[in-house]
Design a protein around this ligand. Sequence first.
Ligand SMILES: Cc1cc2c(cc1C)N(C[C@H](O)[C@H](O)[C@H](O)COP(=O)(O)O)c1[nH]c(=O)[nH]c(=O)c1N2
Length: 210
Amino acid sequence: MVEFDDTFRQHLRELFVWRRDVRRFRTDPLPDGAVERLIETACLSPSVGLSQPWRFVIVDDAARRTAVIDDFRTCNGDALNAYAGERAARYATLKLSGLEQAPGHLAVFADKASDTGHGLGRATMPETTEYSVVAAITAMWLAARAEGIGLGWVSILHPDRIHTILDVPDTWKFIAYLCIGYPEVECDQPELEQAKWEHRRSANEFTLRR
Ligand SMILES: Cc1cc2c(cc1C)N(C[C@H](O)[C@H](O)[C@H](O)COP(=O)(O)O)c1[nH]c(=O)[nH]c(=O)c1N2
């Protein structure tokens, strides 16, 4: 039996406060096995029916990385064009990926065809497969921060293109492309808040009672 005391709870709260989506990475490499260790932690996450639908692809190949970066540039250009006026000008100033600097690239998929878990919990809500994978990514995000490692989620990508670039099974649904490395700076405020794109709101704005 493990007990968690007030000091631990305080540190855990600090971990949540100081976890960041990181786009600005130092280029020094991660220690050997760091990404594999984060994957092992992610695999402790809850999953619908214990289906463990997460699939991880460590992307080391330079040509594949370049193809992902090219796709990001295309998608980010399209995204910029969808805004107008002052919002477009502000969007243009944002740094929305650390793909070029991050020493680690990790793609995460949900295997929609796996029978692990025997369908439990998924009959009326098949999307719980994807939810399970997101739960694993969140665990990895926090575990990384606890080691001083930053993680940045990139979704400004075409899922079909990522499929082709990484040559993964058709039944895998693309969930996230993660940049992993040491952050240039630590901060307790989201970068999009610093850039005045959006601000964090208080929990009572999102909470109803019925
Ligand atoms: C599903 C999903 C997808 C994305 C993100 C997050 C999540 C959950 N975020 C990061 C997002 O902008 C960030 O989490 C918020 O701005 C809050 O900042 P902190 O994570 O608290 O630092 C993100 N950030 C970014 O720069 N480029 C991106 O493509 C994405 N995509």
